[in-house]
Design a protein around this ligand. Structure first.
Ligand code: CMC
Length: 431
């Protein structure tokens, strides 16, 4: 972050205040208002953080206008087509692409941590049989701090590293266990001769009586979904992880907070909501009715899987996944599936509709990921857990960056208070 010579001037109650301006390596300049309250006695007001940078970061950059997403400077389409998830994890965590030796060492470390503590199996059994896998995931990841005490001291860089590797390695195992538990099947142990994505498919779809032979095209598509969801700068769940961590909370508690935030339908829960919406639409002839509802100001209904806070041109992740969806559907021979027909027709209708064009609403990553996951055989309830396991590396990278930052202080937003001013308590008989 470089402080420029430029300053902004704020005139308030007859007095001028100079606000320093920082120039980023990419993106808009940033006004530094940190001393504003001390000097001018006013707060700024920005619900939803539409104009507020909450931190500085070197990990991910998004240009919403151009539809650009960079991790440590590398464009997401190059990473999705030429790299793979664990290499991208390394890049996000350590800042550079690994050498062959570094990658081998990293993959070995992650692979050796894929099993969970055996006692965790009992912990799972405490959940209701029909619990949503996200509910189980929030609880079990939070409980990791009870199982792995030796990696909860955030002041110790070695413990931070071990916690990071444990989270990346165990999230697929925990997500798969949450799924198996929800359908009444036995847990499947990880198989460390499989790669990260293939191992996840194995843990989800194998049963003791029958192995699941992982098709390389499907595991490649799974890996691509993980890669495309790996990080997305200061979105709601990442900001939640940062805010939770600003108090000094342990990494497992912080990631559990991120998972809880991700669950909402405006964020990671949109992939499940999108598929459920497609099922509700049911047939192509009902699309106009749902488009009309999405445009109706008096109807809260929105087209799930459409629109984005930052991308106002195209979601580059969606562009890659659209191609992947075509490959997977062809492989599985399900191009004629009625749900997929609805999805394709809805996409075209919305893209050509003036309302969606004018408001710059187009399919986002959740629209296509849901279609692929459905075709692979995942129930909709697993869509958001898959997003959560993919995003874990992003949350951890942002968490590590924040802890290493000497400017790190507890997050404490202010407010515009519109409630009652001080008044005297009234006894119950006089109210
Ligand atoms: N369907 C119909 N209208 C919409 C939609 C939609 N999906 N999204 C936004 N709009 C309209 C909205 O009604 C508003 O209209 P007006 O200006 O007339 O009031 C305008 O577009 C701007 O919407 P906004 O809510 O102010 O925009 P936002 O930046 O706060 O919201 C969003 C972004 C993603 C929450 C929103 O587009 C949405 O709810 N989309 C559906 C949920 C979804 O797919 N979420 C996944 C996001 S991508 C994955 C991730 O990163 O988590």
């Amino acid at each position: 972050m470089t402080e420029t010579q430029k300053t902004a001037k704020l005139s308030l109650n007859g007095q001028d205040y100079e606000l320093p301006i920082f120039s980023p390596t990419a993106g808009p300049d940033v006004l530094d208002i940190r001393k504003l309250y001390a000097q001018a006695g006013v707060f700024t007001y920005d619900p939803g953080f539409t104009s507020t940078a909450s931190c500085d970061s070197t990990i991910t950059f998004i240009d919403g206008g151009k539809g650009e997403l960079l991790h440590r400077g590398y464009p997401i389409d190059q990473l999705a087509s030429q790299s793979h998830y664990l290499e991208v994890c390394y890049l996000l965590l350590y800042g550079e692409l690994p050498t062959a030796t570094q990658l081998e060492d990293f993959e070995a470390r992650v692979t050796r941590h894929t099993m969970v503590h055996e006692q965790m199996h009992n912990f799972f059994r405490g959940f209701r049989r029909d619990a949503h896998p996200m509910a189980t995931l929030v609880g079990v990841v939070g409980a990791m701090s009870a199982f792995y005490h030796d990696s909860t001291d955030i002041a110790d860089p070695w413990q931070r590293e071990v916690a990071s590797i444990r989270l990346i390695a165990k999230l697929p195992t925990i997500a798969a266990m949450a799924y198996k538990y929800s359908i009444g099947q036995p847990f499947v142990y990880p198989k460390n001769d499989l790669d990260y994505a293939a191992n996840f498919l194995h843990m989800c779809f194998s049963v003791p009586a029958e192995d699941y032979n992982v098709n390389p095209i499907l595991s490649r598509a799974m890996d691509r979904i993980f890669t495309l969801h790996a990080d997305h700068e200061q979105n709601a769940s990442t900001s939640t992880v940062r805010l939770a961590s600003s108090s000094g909370a342990n990494p497992f508690a912080c990631i559990a907070a991120g998972i809880a935030c991700l669950w909402g339908p405006a964020h990671g829960g949109a992939n499940q909501a999108c598929l459920e919406m497609l099922k509700e639409i049911g047939s192509v002839d009902r699309i106009p009715e749902f488009i009309a509802r999405a445009k109706d100001k008096d109807d809260p209904f929105r087209l799930m899987g459409f629109g984005h806070r930052v991308y106002k041109n195209t979601d580059p992740r969606a562009t890659v996944l659209k191609q992947s969806a075509d490959e997977v559907l062809e492989l599985l021979g399900v191009e004629d599936n009625p749900l997929l027909q609805v999805a394709k027709e809805l996409e075209q209708t919305a893209l050509n509709d003036p309302y969606f064009k004018e408001k710059k609403l187009f399919p986002n990553v959740d629209f296509y990921s849901g279609i692929i996951l459905e075709a692979m055989g995942f129930p909709t309830s697993m869509f958001t857990p898959i997003f959560a396991l993919s995003r874990t590396v992003g949350w951890i990278s942002q968490w590590k960056e924040m802890i290493a930052d000497p400017q790190n202080k507890i997050g404490r937003p202010r407010q515009l208070y519109l409630g009652q001013t001080a008044r005297n308590y009234v006894d119950i008989e006089n109210r």
